[in-house]
Write a protein that binds this ligand. Structure first.
Ligand code: ADP
Length: 678
């Protein structure tokens, strides 16, 4: 109830509705020309149903009240039916409007606006076809019941139904359009106004002539009517239909209508008139709907085309902005597009390459460096044949003749069926990157050479230092010996002692040299059958002092009855000492006592030695065996390189693994001796 009250329409609108309803009653009165029959075309039905279609259902009681007032007014002024009969007829009319509006809006899913062909068909079928069944039935029954002008139910019912249907078809579109476009201004161009005026004159002339009986058939008005519907859609159709109804009314009033005949045929004439109006209205509305749909389709197409053009422009701008070359190939390898950057780079006149005898692809291939062109051609041919994408680097000649390194990538573009429709290729100029990589490599090489030279200088200095000491002693002792021999008398005893010292120092220098040689030149002759457990014991003894100083405990675990390996004892000791010392150094940073594990066991045909520490682990496992690689401030980076070369020269392997959670294990394997000299 509250909703009904809050949805009360404005009085002005109800007043206008009332006026339109009354005018419709007057129109119906004029056209009620069949003797003894009070019903005719009923325009109020169109006003009523259109109003209900466009207004919320809660406001309908108000419109029903206003309609009732209009109907009662019409009854009072023109139809003079008894009040109960008038009321009953109105109930039928209101039922028709309510049923029609409800059905039409339900079927359209929204207030019907006659915008599409579907809406027009729904409106014609349900609004103009089904809804008047209610008013025709109630109205005819009332007329028959009250015996008004002795009309019977069956004689009146068809005229009642077709009268209401015609009223709805003629008037409702006009009302719908007027209400919807009340505030929107019609924007017609001068040409359209002219066309509308010409059409209006033709239409009015044709209608007057046709309905006035001057032409053989009233349907002669169809061409101008449909023309109006095509060109001006619903608005044009609604205006034309209203004009048609008014002309019909005027001619009927003046008695000049083709449809006014003698009293016997008047009923038939009336039906013909209503049919004529129904067919005209129906055709005009359908054509207007089709025209609207067509216009909308054209508009949508135009909008999509514009959007497509905008998008293409946007894309081509983007493609030209990308700091790379972008080009496109057909599936058989003919270029169809180069972006501006590529054209500028190559100085390629794409139009020139379209000349007969000059193909675009060849023009591009010609700009590739002769050394890279065969590879590029082969890769391109392969990807065109297999559909696989490719990526490669090659040199491309710039317009100024300079060759630049490019990194190129080609990807196929496939349609929904998976067929390749084009190839997209992107090439990035990596000339600067390649040049800086080359510079970096050269810098690294010279740095490595410099550090090697520095390390060699260091190594030479320490060798010189070691050899220099015995040499200096030899020189001093030789001088002394010379003096003892030159003295009078010759002091043979002292000279002998000095000579012994010279021999000792010379031996010691020779030992230094042979130790250094042993470092770099593994010799097979020195190999004997030896058991690794003794070598490890010796190495541990050698490093015992150092271990104590570094607070490292050595945990030695040697499997019993180990078979012998064929090895150079000194070299193997050198390897073990190096690995143990590295392990101890790695644990320098560990607080408190630390443990260095040494484990020797047989695994298959090999003796496996594992030296594990609890240090920080190996940071660069790939590089530690490279000569001169070190992470230590005083390190030379030669220890592991020499160890590996010694182990490998013995047919074994040496590698490192990091422990969990910390520390590293250096693993050395040596093959078990088959014919080693014990
Ligand atoms: P350096 O005399 O420089 O130590 P090495 O060849 O003996 O030369 O070792 C090379 C590098 O290997 C070392 O600088 C160190 O980074 C790494 N390394 C060797 N042993 C160990 C270990 N037990 N734990 C962690 N890193 C090690």
């Amino acid at each position: 109830m509250l909703s009904v009250w809050s949805n009360r329409p404005r009085y002005l609108h109800m007043g206008l509705f009332f006026a339109a309803y009354v005018m419709g009653c007057g129109f119906a009165q004029v056209l009620a020309i069949v003797p003894g029959i009070t019903v005719s075309i009923w325009p109020p039905a169109g006003v009523f149903i259109a109003t209900l279609i466009l207004t919320p259902p809660y406001s309908w009681p108000w419109w029903i009240l206003a309609g009732c007032a209009g109907e009662m007014f019409g009854q009072f002024v023109w139809f003079h039916s008894p009040l109960p009969a008038g009321l009953l007829i109105y109930v039928g009319n209101a039922l028709c409007a309510v049923v029609g509006a409800t059905l039409v809006n339900r079927a359209c899913g929204r207030p019907c606006r006659l915008q599409t062909l579907q809406e027009v068909l729904v409106f014609v079928a349900l609004g103009a076809g089904v809804a008047p069944l209610a008013s025709a039935t109630v109205g005819s029954a009332t007329l028959a019941w009250f015996g008004i002008e002795s009309q019977t139910f069956t004689s009146v019912w068809p005229l009642f139904w077709i009268g209401d249907a015609t009223g709805i078809l003629l008037v409702a579109p006009m009302v719908l359009i007027v209400i919807q476009h009340w505030r929107t201004k019609t924007e017609l161009s001068a040409a359209q106004w002219t066309e509308a005026a010409v059409l209006g004159v033709i239409f009015l002339g044709a209608a007057a002539l046709a309905l006035g009986g001057h032409l053989s058939s009233p349907y002669i008005i169809m061409p101008p009517l449909l023309w109006v519907a095509v060109r001006f859609e619903f608005r044009g159709a609604a205006v034309a239909l209203t004009l048609l109804a008014l002309i019909t009314m005027a001619l009927t009033m003046s008695g000049g209508s083709q449809f006014v005949g003698d009293p016997e045929s008047q009923r038939e004439q009336q039906v013909m008139l209503q049919l004529f109006l129904v067919i005209s209205a129906f055709s005009a509305l359908i054509v207007a709907a089709i025209s609207r749909q067509h216009q909308q389709a054209v508009l949508t197409l135009r909008q999509s085309l514009e959007a497509l053009r905008d998008r293409e422009l946007e894309l081509s701008q983007l493609v030209n902005m990308v700091p790379s070359h972008v080009w496109r190939l057909t599936p058989d390898g003919q270029p169809t597009f180069f972006n501006k950057r590529m054209v500028d780079f190559l100085g390629l006149n794409v139009v020139d390459t379209d000349k007969p005898g000059m193909r675009r692809l060849e023009a591009v291939l010609e700009t590739i460096h002769p050394d890279d062109a065969p590879g590029f051609g082969a890769a391109l041919r392969n990807c065109l044949a297999t559909g696989e994408s490719f990526a490669m680097r090659y040199r491309l000649r710039r317009a100024d003749g300079d060759f630049r390194w490019m990194s190129s990538r080609a990807e196929p573009m496939r349609n929904a069926e998976g067929t390749i429709v084009q190839w997209n290729i992107i090439c990035v100029d990596i000339g600067d990157e390649v040049r800086s990589q080359e510079k970096l490599r050269l810098a690294q090489e010279s740095l490595a050479r410099a550090s090697q030279a520095a390390s060699l200088a260091e190594l030479s200095a320490s060798i010189a230092h070691e050899v220099n000491q015995p040499l200096a002693a030899i020189v001093a002792n030789s001088n002394a010996c010379y003096r003892w021999l030159s003295a009078e008398p010759v002091n043979v005893g002292r000279a002998k002692i000095t000579t012994e010292r010279i021999i000792r120092d010379a031996n010691s220098a020779a030992a230094v040299v042979s130790r250094i040689r042993a470092l770099f030149k593994p010799s097979v002759e020195q190999r004997h059958g030896m058991v690794l457990s003794s070598a490890i014991t010796e190495a541990c003894n050698l490093l015992a002092d150092e271990a104590a100083r570094r607070r490292v405990r050595m945990d030695i675990n040697v499997e019993s009855n180990l078979p012998a390996v064929s090895a150079d004892r000194v070299q193997i000791q050198q390897v073990l000492v190096n690995l143990i010392r590295n392990g101890m150094e790695a644990m320098d940073s560990v607080a408190g006592d630390s443990v260095l594990g040494v484990r020797i066991r047989r695994v298959g045909d090999e003796i496996r030695t594992e030296i594990s520490d609890g240090g920080g682990g190996v940071e660069f496992p790939d590089r530690i065996f490279e000569p001169f690689f070190t992470t230590k401030e005083q390190g030379m980076g030669m220890g592991l390189a020499i160890c590996r070369s010694i182990v490998e020269s013995h047919g074994g392997r040496l590698w490192a693994e990091n422990n969990e959670p910390d520390g590293a294990t250096f693993i050395c394997t040596l093959p078990i001796a088959t014919n080693a000299v014990p």
